[in-house]
Ligand binder design. Structure first.
Ligand code: COA
Length: 278
């Protein structure tokens, strides 16, 4: 059954351990108002530690994924109320993107349509991203007279080579899903009518993995990028040992099924977690 956030700007369903979360302002192309940002944090809070949720997918109702920040409600109306109000709405927006970057469960952006500016925050926050060929990605800020703020410039530089990031930010031209995949903004692009099936397939693979290892892995990939090799090596030793303190049996079961039972090969898929003794 579809659930709706307090103010109706976010909807979600949980089906077979996948939480399908959607921006729900289709008539406003799912642009992010302060209300939507508050609602999204509420929904992320509700879902994060539910036992029946293993993967969260973020998509949009209607023709947009998200047309970025709401130019009226997030920028103009808020700026009119002064700096305090501006900082407050920034905290809420950046807050849920940060929450999503370090989410307990695996996350996938399913980009079904328009993805602009501020939308790059949640795009990057999701661990994986799949787009419709028909989707359009753009740093449109330059077209209306601001720099790509709210993390958008950082996302472009993280995901794109320097020349592409610079062109993308300065030119204000859109790229479609296919180009976004070639550039590395998303993992893959495919026709819109195949997008959900592919995302479901990927989510189902993730659902079979050891969840403690999955969370440690996604955090490690985000953390080590800015560390020196030696610092990364140290971080990874400690992250592995911390993961063992939450789940000391999973990897032992994995080794057992490979070495003793010969019932699976780690190079070809995940071990059978249902056989693990409690
Ligand atoms: N902020 C505020 N309102 C927005 C919006 C945004 N970012 N994006 C869309 N809307 C509103 C429009 O004002 C319009 O409102 P109305 O029905 O009350 O007139 C409604 O959503 C539909 O938008 P419309 O432009 O008619 O839809 P479209 O399908 O023809 O075009 C876009 C879609 C996304 C190309 C276009 O809406 C657009 O350029 N939006 C702004 C994108 C942007 O620059 N975002 C970056 C913000 S950092």
């Amino acid at each position: 059954m579809t659930e709706t956030s307090t103010n109706g700007t976010v909807t979600y369903d949980v089906i077979d351990r996948i939480a399908w979360v959607r921006f729900n302002r289709p008539d406003k192309r799912n642009c992010m108002s302060p209300t939507l940002n508050r609602d999204m944090m509420e929904v992320l809070d509700l879902l994060e530690f539910r036992d029946d949720v293993g993967v969260l997918v973020l998509s949009g109702e209607g023709t947009a994924w998200s047309a970025g920040m709401d130019l009226k409600e997030y920028f103009r109306d808020t700026e009119a109320k002064g700096l305090g109000a501006t900082r407050a709405v920034q905290r809420e927006a950046y807050g849920w993107w940060r929450r999503l970057r370090w989410y307990q469960k695996a996350t996938i952006a399913m980009v079904n349509g328009w993805c602009f500016g501020g939308g790059y925050g949640p795009l990057f926050a999701c661990d994986l991203a799949f787009a419709a060929d028909e989707a359009q990605f753009g740093l449109s800020e330059i077209n209306w007279g601001i720099l790509p703020g709210g993390g958008a410039t950082k996302v472009a530089v993280e995901l794109l080579p320097f020349r592409k990031a610079m062109y993308h930010a300065m030119m204000g031209e859109n790229v479609d899903g296919k180009t976004a995949a070639e550039w590395g903004l998303v993992n893959e692009s495919l026709p819109l009518d195949q997008l959900k099936a592919r995302v479901t397939e990927v989510a189902n693979v993730l659902l079979k993995k050891n969840p403690v290892a999955l969370k440690a892995t996604k955090d490690a990939v985000r953390r080590v990028g800015v560390l020196s090799y030696d610092d990364a090596e140290d971080y990874l030793i400690r992250a592995q040992e911390a993961a063992n303190s939450y789940d000391n049996e999973g990897r032992k079961e994995g080794i057992r099924q490979f070495i003793d039972d010969k019932s699976f090969k780690p190079g070809l898929g995940a071990y059978d977690r249902s056989k693990q003794k409690a």
